[in-house]
Design a protein around this ligand. Structure first.
Ligand code: COA
Length: 337
């Protein structure tokens, strides 16, 4: 009988655009204040891509780093999955195809996942399934967003919250159970479909002059309702994944929550009795980068030397759909085999 194959989190990389948009900059654009934004969200600044910098450009840069850190080259990648709700082109081609082309990856399956802020963890669940079923060996999983491209810069309810960026990870096959993903849980409740929505372009509202004039291409959000559901759902989800795997919150060195709002992160962290040094926080400097938020946060702790081989990460996220997901994954770089 052949040995069981598991998925292992081999490497991480990220790309953050240079341009910084501070709360003080936003004060000049809409009726808001640094004090309000910091108090309600924890965000101080966010990075914004250049006009000529696309989601796939940022994703390619993050992917190059992740592939190199995995000790691989582009030819070793046998599946490319990109989580994004701000693709280079709505409809087609997929951003994953564009990233593959920019990386020089040919004749390899590539597709996008649309699960808003939950996209990266959704993509991890796909990588795990492909690897454990022995269909693929090295999966490039990307979360990348140019959220600034769907923001109405006159809408203070949304424009202060989001930022741009990309993160990527290589998920590889292993027979060593110690390196394996412990669990990934992903879920959705489509009855809340209108809590976070870009109404156009799409089959309901094609890109007509009227749709554009109405601003239907911009993100609309029921912020307060989303906030309350996020706290409730995430707390329940994270408690469930820990209990199911007989792991206690205190045993998690790196709790990496989706970086949407400091108050959501704090409420979930408190419900799990997490101490401050367990909780990874980047929301103050990147804002909400949707599918890129978790891999960018993992990259931050990796580059600052805090994330060590074999250390456990608890990921949790919540986003449009509504979707949510959590995961228990040890960091398993190859050189430590
Ligand atoms: N500056 C100043 N005032 C603002 C503002 C801004 N940028 N944005 C909203 N306000 C105002 C509102 O107009 C409202 O005014 P009113 O009471 O006169 O109507 C007031 O602040 C309170 O708005 P409310 O929406 O109740 O605030 P809140 O405490 O819920 O905070 C969010 C707003 C958006 C920060 C918060 O709801 C949130 O983070 N939601 C979740 C967002 C999220 O995670 N989205 C992505 C899912 S991953």
């Amino acid at each position: 009988m052949s040995e069981k194959i598991y998925a292992a989190f081999r490497s991480i990389g990220a790309y953050v655009p240079k341009k910084v948009l501070t709360n003080q900059d936003l004060e000049k654009m809409v009726d808001t204040s640094d004090e309000w934004i910091v108090k309600r969200t924890g965000i101080k600044e966010r990075h914004i891509a250049e006009d000529n910098e696309s989601t796939s450009d940022m994703a390619t840069k993050a992917s190059e780093i992740a592939i190199k850190r995995a000790g691989l080259s582009a030819k070793d990648i046998d599946l490319v999955v990109c989580a994004t709700v701000t693709p280079d082109y709505f409809n087609m081609p997929s951003t994953a195809c564009l990233i593959s082309d920019k990386l020089g990856i040919k004749n390899v399956q590539a597709f996008d996942i649309s699960a808003a802020c939950s996209g990266f963890v959704y993509a991890l669940s796909v990588a795990k399934a492909f690897i454990e079923s022995a269909m693929k060996k090295n999966v490039l999983v990307i979360g990348a967003e140019k959220f600034s491209s769907i923001i109405d810069w006159n809408d203070r309810n949304t424009c202060v919250l989001f930022g741009d960026g990309a993160g990527a990870a290589v998920i590889g096959a292993t027979t060593n159970k110690e390196e394996a993903f412990i669990d990934v849980h992903a879920s959705a409740d489509g009855s809340y479909w209108d809590f976070l929505i870009t109404p156009a372009p799409g089959s309901v509202n094609p890109a007509t002059h009227a749709a554009i004039e109405e601003g239907l291409q911009f993100v609309k959000m029921k912020g307060n309702e989303t906030f309350k559901l996020a706290v409730k759902t995430l707390t329940k989800d994270v408690k469930e994944i820990l209990a199911k795997n007989n792991i206690e919150g205190k045993d998690i060195p790196h709790f990496v929550p989706h970086q949407a709002n400091y108050r959501i992160i704090n409420a979930v962290g408190n419900a799990l009795n997490m101490s401050e040094n367990q909780v990874v926080l980047t929301v103050h400097k990147y804002g909400n980068t949707s599918a890129a938020s978790i891999p960018m946060a993992i990259n931050d702790i990796y580059e600052s030397g805090k994330l060590k081989s074999k250390e456990l990460m608890l990921l949790d996220t919540f986003g449009g759909g509504l979707t949510w997901a959590s995961a228990l994954i040890p960091f398993a770089p190859k050189e430590n085999d």
